[in-house]
Design a protein around this ligand. Structure first.
Ligand code: SAH
Length: 398
């Protein structure tokens, strides 16, 4: 039997939960001391004992757990999980029909009604990401719900518990058959090598699918493209397939070189005609300035926080300066693709950075288009931070 506790919510936050806010956060809780064992079911009531919702206790960087229902008589039995997983799969039916794409998100945490867990489908292999010990207590029901709702080749899990950024190195294989290393998935007709047996990073960030397609279909043809923080080079592959004159990929991780070569090769692109640099992006900017290198397209997709030997980068503090450096090496009428997955600021603040960066460099620009998360990364409007992705295509006028 699951533990069960009554969690008293301060009256001033009662309306927030009543209107559907899903995250249980410390500041709202009167009796935080009752929370001991992760996975405990909690019934949220206000200080006058009015029912607000029911959920579970699980510690994430974000909070103390998630509300899963606002129905007073809802229990979290197998039928509850079956219904959530089946509805999520149904919601992606258009993507399941898509012949050119077989990798996408099938369950997006609170967006699909259960915060703390996401599930991605890589050509029939499910990868479950658990974000707390609390949600992990429901593992058997969630895996069973997948089995009840659909067929699959195999199931993997990644434990992304809050352990100060450290990955828990377990065997990730859960059910079905093991995947090859790598499997080759398809996205918009592009091949991608994905590694399911080797730790937390699968090699591709599925939330950029539409941005990659836009670069390939509408921007890359005939252009020189600089892809910074390039990782496995996903944007470079799409740019090359879209007819880019040349791509340059820059990432300081040693693994990025063989991985990027591999992605070019499985798409029949001659990697010798492309440039792949293992180096600090900030040193690359200096190098480009010194050699008067300029690009028709510069892609910026930094992590929210990064520390290299000489530089620390935080999106909140340093994105404007990153933009200024990019502007300096972008051709007139060139395009900067500015991306961030930092949930601490929204699109308006991000556009503010863009505006400041151009003002401070005495340049003019035009916003061409913008992207947030694609439909398979379902979010709820009550929880804005869940819609973390911001990508803006900016044309440098002069
Ligand atoms: N744009 C990539 C994802 C980037 S993930 C894609 O589309 O797949 C962030 C990457 O930034 C990591 O690969 C990391 O190695 C790299 N990185 C972090 N700090 C860096 C720095 N100062 N210079 C170059 N690369 C950096």
């Amino acid at each position: 039997m699951q533990n069960h506790e009554k969690l008293v919510i301060k009256n001033k936050f009662a309306n927030k939960f009543k209107s559907g806010y899903p995250l249980i956060f410390k500041e709202a809780i009167v009796n935080v001391g009752v929370l001991k064992q992760e996975g405990t079911i909690v019934t949220l009531v206000d200080e006058n004992e009015n029912f607000l919702g029911r959920g579970y206790y699980g510690r994430q960087n974000k909070g103390y757990g998630w509300v899963l229902t606002r129905r007073q008589n809802q229990t979290f039995d197998q039928a509850f999980f079956d219904q959530k997983i089946a509805a999520a799969i149904q919601y992606r039916s258009a993507l399941y029909q898509e012949e050119t794409t077989n990798a996408f998100r099938v369950f997006n945490g609170e967006g699909d009604g259960i915060g703390g867990v996401t599930i991605d489908d890589y050509d029939g292999y499910f990868v479950i990401n658990w974000y707390s010990h609390g949600i992990y207590q429901f593992k058997d029901q969630i895996v069973q719900a997948l089995k009840n709702a659909t067929t699959f080749k195999g199931v993997y899990q990644k434990k992304r518990f809050d352990t100060g950024g450290k990955y828990i190195d377990d065997d990730d294989f859960l059910a079905g058959e093991r995947a090859e290393s790598p499997i080759i998935i398809k996205e918009n007709g592009v091949n991608f090598a994905v590694y399911l047996n080797e730790g937390p990073m699968t090699g591709i960030f599925l939330d950029q699918r539409e941005v990659r397609k836009t670069i390939r279909d509408n921007y890359a043809n005939g252009k020189t493209v600089l892809n910074t923080f390039s990782y496995t080079g996903a944007f470079s592959i799409y740019a090359a397939l879209g007819g880019a004159k040349k791509t340059t990929s820059v990432d300081l991780a040693n693994r990025s070189l063989p991985k990027t070569i591999e992605q070019f090769q499985i798409n029949d692109i001659d990697e010798q005609a492309q440039e792949i640099k293992v180096m600090d992006v900030f040193n690359y900017f200096d190098y480009a300035m010194k050699h008067s290198l300029k690009f028709d397209m510069v892609i910026l997709d930094p992590p929210s926080f990064a520390r290299s030997k000489k530089h620390t980068f935080s999106a909140a503090k340093d994105y404007k300066n990153l933009l200024k450096q990019a502007i300096a090496i972008t051709e007139k009428n060139g395009v900067i693709v500015a991306s961030t997955n930092y949930s601490g600021f929204g699109i308006d603040k991000f556009k503010g950075f863009i505006d400041k960066a151009f003002k401070e460099t005495h340049g003019n620009y035009k916003l061409m288009e913008e992207f947030s998360l694609p439909a398979d990364f379902k979010t709820v409007k009550q929880y804005k931070q869940g819609d973390y992705l911001k990508v803006v295509f900016i044309k440098k006028i002069n």
